[in-house]
Design a protein around this ligand. Structure first.
Ligand code: FES
Length: 96
């Protein structure tokens, strides 16, 4: 999945099945499928964590589980950073 740069100031972009994060020159993506029972999780910008609407499991931006009932971290997807001729980032490719 290709996400055009730049991302919003939050440094996050929610796709259908992933959340892409960009910080400094790093980019990574985590699955949006909760590791508890599979609900679609959301990034809460003001709290800077990911939360499941079903039973409120929480995960860090890196996908680490910090509050249950989920016990497993979120799967992550590699992200390829695409730069244009001007050497600026033009897009992020989430490899799912
Ligand atoms: S399905 Fe996400 S916490 Fe239960």
């Amino acid at each position: 999945m290709e996400v055009p740069a730049p991302l919003p100031l939050s440094g996050a972009h929610s796709g259908q099945d992933f959340i892409l994060f960009v910080k400094d020159d790093q980019a990574w993506a985590v699955s949006r499928t909760c590791t508890h029972l599979g609900c679609r999780i959301n990034y809460l910008e003001d709290k800077e964590w990911i939360e499941c609407p079903c039973h409120q499991s929480r995960f860090t931006r890196e996908g680490r589980c910090i509050a249950g009932p989920a016990e497993e971290d979120l799967p992550t997807f590699p992200v390829r950073i695409v730069t244009g001729a001007d050497n600026l980032v033009s897009a992020y490719i989430v490899e799912m």
